[in-house]
Design a protein around this ligand. Structure first.
Ligand code: SF4
Length: 333
């Protein structure tokens, strides 16, 4: 495998909860807790979990948009976790984000040219006189036409608006793009088109992606590896094919069971995920998943499981993963 483009080491992103009368935090909302992982150059790493598990915050933390409480982030080996806004500037253009709601992320008062020009200014490889030519080229890259350049965002469909957002992300000549639920709001047919576009662009420009979604079924088609997040922690990372065929963590298995299947008889036999997503301000003790886990034992309530390597760039956090694996408990027959 290639070297990592992004490295996260014991990353914590905490937000103050309640405060003392002196304004100091009395409690913390631990949106991201002790996350260590690498994103390999050229891969598409999926990040999946239920709403409210901290995955969007993790994406924003990697880009230094969300505040890093502690830990380190490295981009191509350079530590960027504690850099000031000024020091971060050369890295900003190399790391971009595409959001869930394209309409909300495009300024309705700006033409598409102005929107793309605003991003092109950050690209030192493009000279001022070439902005228009470059903006048109960006539109072509996302399968839009030259005549769209002086139109306004409201004149486009949701799928086209998302293409414009992708063009804007490309304008800075990035190495890394975070897609935060970027296809979730789109119709299924449009979703497939945008995903194909993303894959083509990744191959053409050798881009590295972090693809965030609550929908595990989509990961199989988009991502090379998938990280599963629960209550602020990564509980499993595997090659995407292996994650589907042989999940190592009970939560991954539950997410997989939640994917709709055509045969109602088959879906009736699947274990359904019980209970609620825990509050990040007060997660359960030990393994955060224990109140919802069918395989929990006493130790799970007391002790947080450590990471266990399961292969190349793959690991799981579960006290009983070896037994569950040996018994084939999490594998479909
Ligand atoms: Fe379930 Fe225990 Fe494993 Fe957590 S550590 S996933 S509670 S078996």
């Amino acid at each position: 495998m290639k070297p990592p483009l992004i490295e996260l080491e014991k990353v914590n992103t905490w937000f103050p909860g309640s405060k003392t009368i002196l304004g100091k935090p009395r409690s913390w909302i631990k949106a991201v807790s002790d996350v260590s992982l690498n994103i390999i150059a050229g891969e598409c790493l999926g990040l999946v979990g239920e709403s409210g598990c901290g995955k969007s915050t993790l994406g924003r933390t990697v880009l230094r948009i969300a505040p890093l409480h502690s830990g380190e982030i490295r981009f191509l080996g350079d530590p960027i976790g504690t850099l000031s806004s000024k020091e971060l500037k050369p890295y900003r253009s190399k790391m971009q984000m595409v959001f869930q709601d394209p309409k909300a992320s495009l300024n309705p008062k700006m033409t598409i040219f102005d929107i793309l020009k605003e991003a092109l200014v950050l690209n030192t490889r493009v000279e001022k006189h070439a902005y228009l030519e470059q903006a048109v080229e960006l539109l072509h890259l996302v399968d839009l036409r030259s005549e769209h350049i002086y139109r306004y965002p409201h004149e486009f469909s949701g799928g086209q608006q998302q293409r414009i957002c992708i063009a804007r992300a490309l304008a800075t000549d990035p190495r890394f793009i975070v897609f935060d639920e970027a296809t979730s709001a789109l119709d299924v047919s449009v979703q497939a088109q945008v995903i194909n576009l993303m894959k083509n662009l990744q191959n053409t420009f050798n881009l590295t992606y972090l693809f965030i979604s609550h929908d595990l079924s989509i990961m199989e088609h988009v991502c090379s590896r998938v990280a599963v997040m629960y209550a602020g922690q990564i509980v499993e990372i595997q090659d995407s094919r292996a994650l589907f065929d042989t999940p190592r963590h009970p939560y991954t298995k539950s997410l997989k069971n939640a994917v709709p299947v055509a045969d109602p008889e088959e879906s009736n036999t699947l274990e359904v995920l019980k209970g609620e997503v825990p509050k990040l301000s007060d997660p359960p003790s030990g393994c955060h998943f224990h109140p919802r886990c069918n395989y929990a034992q006493d130790i799970c309530k007391e002790k947080s499981p450590l990471k266990s390597e399961t292969g190349d760039h793959s690991w799981v956090r579960c006290h009983f993963h070896e037994t569950l694996w040996a018994q084939g408990t999490l594998i479909d027959n």
